[in-house]
Design a protein around this ligand. Sequence first.
Ligand SMILES: [Zn+2]
Length: 294
Amino acid sequence: MTKFKKLILSSVLAIMMIISAGCEALIDPVTELELHFIDVGQGDSTLILTPGGYSMLIDAGDNTQGENVASYIRSLGISRIDVLIGTHPDADHIGGIDDIIDSFEIGDFYMPRKTHDTKTYEDVLLAAKAKGLKIKAAESDKAIAFDPDSSALFLSPENKSYPDNNAYSAVVQLTYKNSRFLLMGDAEIENEEDMISKYGDSLSSDIIKLGHHGSATSSSEEFLDIVNPSAAVVSCAYKNKYSHPHKEILSYLEENDIPLYRTDEQGTVVFYSDGESVSVNMEDAGSYTYRKGN
Ligand SMILES: [Zn+2]
């Protein structure tokens, strides 16, 4: 794949969040695969829509963000989430999931086999139970039933014990025709090492959502070299207390001419793929400084 040629980056004005009374279903029907990295402050929430009419939501931000994510999804005219994934039990990922379960018809619901003794986690279990949703295990090598025109696979976690919640993160690789997306949750370098030995060159992807909000506990050089992305995304809050994304990661991206899109600077970021070329829209294009590295 000559991915650099395929990637068309255009910073046109965002159309996704037009606030207009009674304005709904702006992109109905969806004509390309769409990945919406929703601005949820410090946290993650990624919505995937397909031309076939399928939807997948990976994480829903923290407890304060569930309603925002739900209204964003509703504003696109969507009433059903075919696949809902909570990557791991940390609050900045699953905090809003109970609101999503309450608000939409849900198809399959996946989380890794890792419990957590927090009210946030319990709220998710209670919401699922109230809706009669069974939780399916997110684990490496498991295919996700989704749009038949695409394929979605969990690459992590392995069925073993890890020292912390982040390492249990569900990692999803989504393939749509000749374009591929790697969504890392908060997976760590240990997980990356497992994925390298297991999947090797098939980790190669056009776009990567960097693990753990761009922290240096993820995104080893070896891993990013193999993924060889055309662009990267980080979901984090402006001036967050963790200093995400970390400068080592920014340096790597800069040295390798990989443009970075970040929700703290650009708001919600949306990628579109027709299966060959990938383009991007940003909610707040005005604050974006495009680095012409290539
Ligand atoms: Zn996180």
